[in-house]
Design a protein around this ligand. Structure first.
Ligand code: SF4
Length: 480
């Protein structure tokens, strides 16, 4: 270990250069929650979500916190086909020493840029060596620097149980990326990461959390083990699994490993490889969005994967959200009387979320609810109106017919978390925005040039027409 750290410490790169490389290399990991924010400061106020390597996450009490999202190193001994940092790619490499990364985190924290750290890494030398360096970084932060902010660390598949456990005693959250939904997919695209090596640390963290919860009951001051729980990430669209397979895997992860979140990351083609699919339409963002919607239905709405999809209908409808799609296939359950339906059934009505359902249950104790009341409560009536009655009456005379409701629901504009103009969403960084904006500028400049060209052409044509007209008139005058 010393040899490798020495080697990297002796590099001539500045911390800023390393940060540029390693924050950029971390941006494809979405398992730290909302990393897709792209609002830029407009110069009239204060704040900018685009700072290099800083992403946002949500703490257990719902606060939005900024994290320094960075890799310890983008050096890697593995060759996962979908990964930019794979061994066979010729990309600039860098590594922080644990001391250097601690210093950087503390400096950022003191300047109020961040409230925590999201730390991941490529595999440097061996899984144990990498895990040891991650552990050392977190240990130094917690002990030498007495850092009490939020820390999310990756557990490295194949690393020793002891190291993972010790890291868990210092971190707030840990995650092990499942990478691909099935073992076959992993074998094809990440042959160095057998599924067993991923599930073992996941199980270890789960057991650690359960034991710790029991310990805390007995000894109030017992050290906490991964108090914010564990999460994972799956890449969507790199292998041919259906949505049904993906949702079934996610459901099993929630049930059997007690995960807090499963993140779905639309496959982005960063490498040319015959094993990777060509995605001419860009990353499957709409599919990713549908999977997130379905994931919420599993976690908060009491749905099961088998209710949303099946072997016969293995993929989500891209035009409708999974809840509307489910409701349309179960019209026999509707319309539901809002003043009598139980909480579980209310949750299944399109346009009614968890908060609205709770408010309905509370409010109807005092008086029977009308459509006006539902609107005030926060029910999205333009979706719900086909599926509910208030005091036995529908909002408008409506046919309970699948085609009719589908047509009307398609007219309700859905708010998507990404633009529909073909631009994919991404985590911005201080370091590559210059190129991005240069590209964008070049693009708009070329477009302007094209438009100018077209305008000039049109101008010439118009001039020609006018001239022809003049000549024709002149000719006619001469003939006359
Ligand atoms: S182990 Fe991680 S960093 Fe290394 S190639 Fe695979 S995905 Fe990339």
């Amino acid at each position: 270990m010393e040899y490798r750290v020495e080697k990297w410490n002796s590099q001539t790169m500045t911390t800023m250069e390393k940060l540029g490389i390693l924050a950029d290399a971390a941006k494809y990991d979405v398992s730290c929650t909302s990393s897709g924010v792209d609002r830029k400061g407009d110069g009239t106020g204060i704040g900018n979500t685009a700072a290099g390597g800083i992403c946002h996450s949500f703490s257990a009490d719902g606060r939005c916190i900024s994290l320094l999202k960075v890799l310890l190193t983008n050096e890697c001994i593995y060759d996962c086909k979908y990964c930019l940092n794979r061994r066979s790619n010729d990309v600039p490499r860098a590594a922080f020493s644990p001391e250097e990364l601690c210093e950087l985190t503390m400096q950022f924290y003191r300047r109020n840029y961040i409230e925590g750290l999201f730390l991941s890494s490529g595999i440097l030398g061996s899984p144990d060596l990498t895990m040891e360096m991650l552990y050392r970084t977190v240990l130094l932060l917690r002990t030498r620097h007495r850092f009490q902010g939020y820390i999310h660390v990756k557990a490295i598949p194949g690393a020793s149980k002891e190291l993972v456990y010790r890291t868990g005693l210092l971190a707030d959250r840990m995650s092990v990326n499942l990478e691909l939904p099935t073992a076959e997919g992993l074998k094809r695209l990440a042959p160095n990461k057998p599924r067993k090596n991923i599930l073992t640390p996941m199980r270890l963290i789960q057991n650690g959390i359960t034991e710790n919860q029991n310990e805390i009951v007995r000894y109030r001051n017992a050290p906490r083990f991964v108090p914010a729980g564990q999460s994972t990430q799956m890449i969507i669209g790199a292998t041919p699994e259906t949505d049904y397979q993906i949702m079934t895997v996610a459901e099993k992860l929630y049930q059997n490993f007690g995960l807090k979140r499963v993140f779905y990351s639309a496959f982005i083609q960063v490498n040319e490889d015959k094993e990777l699919p060509a995605l001419p339409g860009g990353p499957p963002l709409l599919r990713e969005h549908r999977l997130y919607q379905a994931d919420f239905l599993l976690r908060f709405y009491g749905f099961e994967a088998g209710e949303l999809l099946s072997e016969q209908k293995p993929n989500f409808n891209m035009l409708l959200d999974p809840k509307c799609d489910w409701a349309l296939r179960h019209l026999e359950l509707f319309p539901v009387e809002i003043n009598r339906a139980d909480y579980e059934l209310l949750l299944r009505i399109p346009g009614i979320g968890v908060k609205s359902a709770q408010r309905i249950v509370r409010a109807r104790r005092n008086a029977s609810l009308t459509f006006e009341n539902l609107k005030k409560i926060g029910v999205v009536l333009k979706r719900a109106l086909y599926f509910i009655t208030c005091n036995g009456r529908m909002m408008y005379p409506t046919k309970l017919d699948e085609d009719y409701i589908t047509r009307n629901l398609l007219n309700v504009k859905e708010k998507l978390p990404f633009p529909t103009d073909g631009m994919t969403y991404r985590q911005l960084s201080l370091f590559d925005d210059k190129n991005f904006y240069e590209d964008a500028e070049l693009h708009s400049w070329k477009a302007a040039e094209r438009d100018e060209g077209k305008a000039a052409e049109a101008g010439k044509r118009q001039q020609q027409t006018v001239l022809e007209g003049v000549w024709r008139d002149a000719g006619e005058m001469l003939v006359v």
